[in-house]
Design a protein around this ligand. Structure first.
Ligand code: PLP
Length: 435
């Protein structure tokens, strides 16, 4: 307590527990606690145990300064998250219970760096039926989010002599940072109405891969045109590079046009990457790479060196959730909910003011709102912030040095149902405020 290691309010172990830990009689501990309570270091209350007293300031410790917390916006239409209030808690818990009851004792030890076979087997068949991916359980590596998958791929490519990774000019800064952290230069290629311009990929010197979001470009929302898909695969075959297909929201498509995974075109040249971050929640930290044979051993080794393997218990739970049909049910329900939200967003914004256009809405959990001529992103963002509404502008997603349209990237998955209407009303007001 004196040195500040035990802070005010910290609960101390029960006297019986501490006595057992220290190998002394329980009375010895009870006496010591009694003495410290008498001296004012500790407080003891029936039912809440023994705690470090609130008013004790360790000598020499810096005085506690009440720092104002940044006030969190009440409403949020930034992209990147599903509706966290809809996480299927009961189904996840039930799956965890079933998975843990059925797991052999060996499952609680160290395992395969690729992750539990049960999950890889479930994913191989799920990805085939839901996304048209061609995969066997052996070529799947479970990762802690797509983020780790991208880092592992970057590391392997850099080790094999690549100098760069081509990326779409618009995307997450975090992904660009992850690529750079592996020693690769992230080189942007333009994106137009047909998706990434693959001609420009060929101009990136030393590119070991191109990272694409073919089913729904993040954040512009366009699908990669069939011609460009074949072109990307031909480029990979010609140069020995790979295409990394980031299929982050492929489950959420609302028009009738099913857009299957590009991996099926050429499994030997495309790494397919999927994640549970949108279908369930980013907190699950489960994602999967389907790897071409030539990369498999190196990625498995990188995974093993990085963290040995992921959490077998979470992997078994997800395997059970998929096997029981609970995952598909949740995805189906979520798709319906998000589709309704998207429709409400579009109809609320259609008449907002001339010149405002909403695009990229055929899929996913976000849309792009192009501002009216003369309207500036920064003004709308500031006006929304004044109304307690957090928004993201396109500026936050472009690669350094790339021009960007004055536009907002609206995530409609985020607000819980009861807050969605208010969030959209405030968005309308912010859009109408500026000339
Ligand atoms: C474009 C894109 N790729 C991938 C991901 C998933 O990343 P992770 O699996 O690390 O949460 C996201 C966020 O959900 C994303 O927006």
């Amino acid at each position: 307590v004196q040195t500040g290691r035990l802070t005010a309010g910290t609960r101390l172990p029960a006297s019986r527990t501490l006595a057992a830990d220290l190998g002394v009689a329980r009375n010895t501990v009870a006496d010591a606690y009694g003495q410290l309570v008498a001296e004012g270091w500790l407080t003891a209350r029936q039912g809440s145990g023994t705690r470090v007293a609130e008013h004790v300031t360790p000598p020499g410790a810096a005085p506690a300064v009440a720092r104002p917390l940044p006030s969190a916006p009440r409403y949020d239409l930034r992209p990147g998250l599903p509706d966290l209030s809809e996480f299927p808690r009961a189904a996840w818990l039930a799956a965890a219970r079933r998975a843990l009851s059925a797991a052999p004792s060996a499952a609680f030890g160290y395992g395969d760096p690729r992750g539990r076979r049960e999950l890889r087997a479930e994913l191989a068949s799920y990805l085939a039926r839901a996304r048209g991916v061609r995969a066997t359980p052996d070529q799947i590596v479970i990762c802690s989010g797509f983020t780790q998958g991208l880092a592992l791929l970057g590391r392997v490519l850099a080790a094999s002599g690549a100098a760069a990774m081509a990326i779409e000019a618009y995307g997450h800064q975090h992904h660009r940072d992850v690529i750079a952290a592996q020693g690769l230069s992230a080189r942007p290629v333009p994106v137009d109405d047909h998706g990434a311009v693959i001609d420009a990929v060929g101009e990136v010197p030393g590119a070991g891969a191109v990272l694409l979001t073919p089913s729904h470009q993040f954040p512009l929302g366009v699908p990669l045109a069939p011609r460009r898909r074949s072109q990307a695969v031909r480029w990979a075959a010609r140069t020995g590079a790979v295409v990394i297909e980031d299929d982050y929201d492929g489950e959420f498509r609302y028009d009738r046009r099913a857009i299957g995974a590009m991996q099926a075109l050429a499994p030997e040249h495309v790494v397919y990457a999927g994640t549970a971050s949108k279908t369930l929640s980013p907190a699950v930290r489960l994602a999967w790479l389907v790897l071409p044979a030539r990369l498999l051993a190196d990625v498995v080794e990188a995974k093993s060196l990085s963290d040995r393997h992921g959490s077998s218990l979470d992997e078994l739970t997800l395997a059970e959730l998929i096997a029981s049909g609970g995952y598909d049910r949740h995805v189906r329900r979520s798709r319906l909910r998000y589709r309704r939200r998207r429709d409400r967003l579009i109809s609320a914004l259609a008449p907002v003011r001339p010149g405002v256009r909403v695009t990229g809405v055929a899929a996913g959990l976000h849309a792009v709102l192009h501002l009216a001529p003369g309207q500036r992103e920064a003004d709308v963002l500031a006006s929304a912030a004044g109304r307690g509404l957090a928004l993201d502008g396109m500026r936050n997603f472009r690669s350094p040095g790339i021009a960007h349209p004055e536009a907002l990237v609206l995530g409609y998955g985020t607000p819980p149902a009861h807050a969605f209407t208010t969030a959209v009303t405030r968005l309308r007001a912010a859009l109408q405020e500026h000339p």
